[in-house]
Design a binder for this molecule. Structure first.
Ligand code: ZN
Length: 325
């Protein structure tokens, strides 16, 4: 981007031109140039750009495609001039952005803003699944927390869905989290229960064997010493014992809950994973002395992750119909 915007105000101005938006999305999603979504191999590259239609035409299959195809923006009647400032706002506001704030900022309805935010959160999902946190000699904090408790206010059919899909415990949703202290990276997700197998499977899948793992003395964490150096803090006695504590991941829980309470008010368990992704994105990409990321960097990172992700109206609401957002 040139001249690259640095603030929200500059971003809104910069992305007020549709062609600028198209160029920015194209550049971040197709690192080696635009390519046809329907064709494989070399034939798919180097399509014509139809300037007046703001679409590309494939030299191979002759089909036309827009920059939105195959991204979180696909099928959306909302202009990129609104989508990109919304992404800027969401990637950079510490406690998140409510659909009411976005509604006022962009002049879209609150309902539209709510749907937009859910799609934008997909771009904030960490792409690094498959890799593990920790290392031999490295330290990870592991903890679980309970969020919400509004299930009693929901419609019956939804209640049933939540119970079937798990993730609900006494009206609250359980979230498991792991913090890699050196990499300053957090991973968290909704889990169905706090059984030993459930919690330890998360640790086995996400932490390198041989890492030091800090937990509290909850019974589900016993037995970890076969694969990890397991150090336990007994919260009945103290919260910190030298390096043995879980304060880092608990800080993340406070951030998550502050966002949920202050900004999002009534998050349903079904949507919680996307809010967690959003908060983890900002946490994992916050600027540090060694890695001074700024607002534009966070925005560009999320923009590079908009492709190959879709969230339809039906997936969000369970209802059929054209996507109205
Ligand atoms: Zn093609």
């Amino acid at each position: 981007m040139d001249p690259a915007p640095k603030t929200l105000q500059q971003a809104i101005q910069y992305f007020s031109d549709e062609q600028v938006c198209i160029d920015a999305v194209a550049q971040m999603r197709w690192l080696s140039g635009p390519r046809c979504p329907d064709c494989l191999g070399n034939n798919a590259t180097n399509p014509y750009y139809l300037k007046t239609q703001k679409r590309w035409k494939c030299r191979n299959c002759r089909r036309q495609f827009s920059v939105k195809v195959g991204t979180i923006f696909e099928d959306s009647p909302i202009a990129l001039q609104k989508w990109l400032p919304a992404l800027w706002l969401l990637t950079n506001c510490k406690n998140g952005v409510s659909s009411w704030e976005l509604h006022r900022a962009l002049g879209v309805t609150q309902k539209t803003a709510w749907f937009m935010l859910h799609r934008l959160r997909l771009a904030m999902q960490s792409p690094e699944r498959g890799t593990k946190l920790g290392s031999k000699g490295g330290e990870c904090e592991v903890d679980e927390t309970f969020v919400g408790g509004r299930i009693q206010n929901m419609h019956k059919d939804r209640k049933l869905r939540y119970n079937q899909s798990g993730g609900v415990f006494g009206g609250k949703t359980i979230v498991a989290g792991i913090l890699d202290r050196e990499a300053r990276q957090v991973r968290a997700k909704v889990i169905p229960n706090v059984k030993r197998e459930t919690l330890q499977n998360e640790i086995l899948a996400n932490v390198k064997f041989g890492s030091t793992v800090y937990t509290d003395d909850y019974v589900s964490y016993t037995g970890l010493q076969s694969r990890f150096i397991h150090e336990v803090i007994n919260h009945a006695n103290s919260y910190v014992n030298g390096r043995i504590h879980t304060n880092g991941i608990e800080n993340f829980w406070s951030l998550l809950k502050r966002g949920l309470k202050g900004t999002y008010v009534a998050v349903e368990p079904f949507h919680l994973d996307r809010y967690i992704d959003e908060q983890a994105f900002r946490y994992n990409n916050r600027g540090t002395k060694e890695n001074p990321l700024n607002d534009a960097d966070r925005f560009m990172l999320a923009l590079s992750q908009v492709a190959n992700k879709r969230l339809t109206y039906k997936e969000l609401t369970g209802k059929d119909g054209a996507t109205p957002f």
